[in-house]
Design a protein around this ligand. Structure first.
Ligand code: SF4
Length: 294
């Protein structure tokens, strides 16, 4: 595998940790992703990642992370997986993500992981210990329960049925876990049947939460790739997307209001959280002082 140079691994988020799942830091150990999701925002030109489908590991990532975690006084939650899936197929052998979790445990930080990979279950032991000591949340991104549709939308990722099985394994191990229903694809997965099925499957797996924004994003670089592949789902979709959304970046489902109303109703019935403040309050331990003491 190729390596890339990195000066830094850990980035402090610009907001106060009350927004995206309460994360205080972000980190990406790898660049690129093999899951091939047709809607992936990380393909956008603004990120300037060449050959996004090729995974490269950051050179000396664990040594850099060790130094950075040791020097941080505020033991916040570290978010992993925003720009690439940290559980790519190479991680099985390389164990860089596992090494990072060991450091996160060693230095007393919390963790928030986004993934489509079932490999996350390998690290249940570490997630349990980090959750007991600080905070741990695991998010399986699942956009549909339909395995055949997912083969078109996310051709390199484990099937949704496999992701739900991983979610159930995490739940049985008492990891605070749930579903990122993101994106919700207009004209594809924003219908009542899709939403009902997804909430039901998440509830059956033991999800504590589901989070969705009710749409998808499109911008230069990613948009062309996405529209070209939408035709494989249905030939009319590229034109429908273009005429509905034009040059918009945030492309909300035209039926977002009804879709989210049904989504919230079904989540409430199943006892599943969906509001960001409620999810953060349920899993994240508050730091009692700024000295890193718990
Ligand atoms: S798993 Fe995430 S990073 Fe990887 S291709 Fe899919 S959306 Fe992009």
């Amino acid at each position: 595998m190729k390596t890339i140079k990195a000066k830094s691994i850990l980035q402090k988020v610009r907001y106060d940790g009350s927004q995206w799942f309460g994360i205080d830091y972000t980190m990406n150990l790898y660049r690129g992703c093999t899951h091939g999701c047709i809607y992936c925002d990380s393909r956008s030109d603004c990120y300037r990642i060449d050959t996004f489908d090729e995974v490269r590991v950051k050179f000396d990532a664990l040594a850099i992370l060790n130094r950075e975690l040791r020097s941080r006084r505020n033991k916040g939650v570290v978010g992993i997986g925003a720009m690439s899936d940290t559980y790519n197929p190479f991680e099985r052998e390389l164990k860089v993500t596992r090494g990072a979790l060991e450091l996160i445990e060693q230095y007393g930080f919390g963790v928030s992981i986004d993934t489509k990979s079932t490999l996350i279950t390998r690290d249940i032991d570490l997630l349990q210990r980090i959750g007991q000591q600080h905070s741990a949340i695991a998010k399986l991104t699942i956009t549909t329960v339909d395995d055949e549709l997912a083969r078109l939308l996310e051709p390199g990722a484990p099937l949704p049925s496999e992701r739900f099985a991983a979610l159930a394994e995490l739940a049985r191990a008492n990891i605070f876990c749930g579903v990122l229903f993101s994106p919700m694809l207009p004209f594809i997965t924003d219908n009542d049947e899709s939403i009902e099925a997804l909430v039901a499957a998440a509830a059956k797996a033991g999800a504590k939460f589901i989070h969705t924004l009710g749409g998808v994003t499109m911008r230069a670089g990613q948009k062309e790739h996405f529209l070209a592949r939408l035709a494989d789902v249905s030939p009319d979709l590229p034109e429908r997307y273009t005429s509905t959304f034009g040059d918009r970046y945030l492309c909300n489902s035209p039926r977002k209001r009804e879709a989210l109303a049904l989504f919230r109703k079904r989540c409430n019935e199943a006892g599943i959280l969906y509001r960001m403040p409620d999810i953060i309050e349920a899993y994240k331990k508050q730091e009692p002082n700024q000295m890193g003491l718990w």
